[in-house]
Design a protein around this ligand. Structure first.
Ligand SMILES: Cc1cc2nc3c(=O)[nH]c(=O)nc-3n(C[C@H](O)[C@H](O)[C@H](O)COP(=O)(O)O)c2cc1C
Length: 145
C-alpha cells in the first residue's frame, strides 16, 4: 500500500501488551529496540517500550496510517505473541515526541515503580487498564531522567 500523507495531521496513540516468546534473549531485545528506533525515525513514529523477561508493553504514536501499518507488522513478529490492545486514542500532541522509541526494563532503581503497578507477584501488563499503563510508562520514563 502506498502511503497517503493526507492523514498526517491525524495523530493516534496505541498501547498494547504482548508476551515475549520463550527464546527471546537480551540480544533480541537490543535488536528490537534498534530496529524500532531506526524505522520509527523514518516513519514519524515515537513511543515508549517497557519489558521484563516475559512481557512487552509498548505505546506507539504517530500518523494514523503509519500506526495501523506498524500494528500489522508487530502482530506478525515472531519474537512475541498474544498482542492485546490496551488503549488507542487520538492525540492533539505527541506524549513521546522526544523519542523514536524510549525504553525501560526492570532495574533496582525502578523496581518500586513496577511493583506499584503490579497486582500479582510478578509484573503483568495484561492486568493493567489504560490509565495504569500510561502511569507506569510515564513514571518509568521520568525515573530515567
Ligand atoms: C515488542 C516489539 C516492539 C517493536 N517495536 C517496533 C517499533 O516501534 N517500530 C518498528 O518499526 N518495529 C518494531 N518492532 C519490529 C517489527 O516487528 C519488525 O520486525 C520490524 O519493523 C521490521 O523492520 P525491517 O523491515 O527494517 O527489518 C518491534 C518488535 C517487537 C517484538
Amino acid at each position: 500500500m502506498t502511503s497517503t500523507h493526507a492523514d498526517a495531521h491525524i495523530l493516534v496513540s496505541m498501547t498494547y501488551a504482548s508476551r515475549a516468546n520463550p527464546n527471546v534473549s537480551a540480544t533480541d531485545f537490543n535488536e528490537i529496540l534498534q530496529q524500532a528506533q531506526i524505522n520509527n525515525a523514518a516513519n514519524s513514529i515515537t513511543g515508549m517500550l517497557t519489558f521484563n523477561k516475559d512481557y512487552f508493553l509498548q505505546t506507539i504514536e504517530g500518523p494514523r496510517a503509519q500506526i495501523n501499518r506498524l500494528l500489522y507488522i508487530l502482530i506478525s513478529d515472531e519474537r512475541h505473541h498474544d498482542l492485546q490492545i490496551i488503549d488507542t486514542r487520538e492525540l492533539k500532541h505527541r506524549e513521546w515526541a522526544k523519542w523514536s522509541m524510549n525504553y525501560a526494563s526492570p532495574t533496582e532503581e525502578n523496581a518500586a515503580i513496577y511493583l506499584k503497578y503490579s497486582t500479582t507477584i510478578g509484573f503483568n501488563p495484561y492486568l493493567l487498564n489504560a490509565e495504569s499503563a500510561h502511569g507506569l510508562m510515564n513514571e518509568l520514563s521520568a525515573q530515567k531522567g
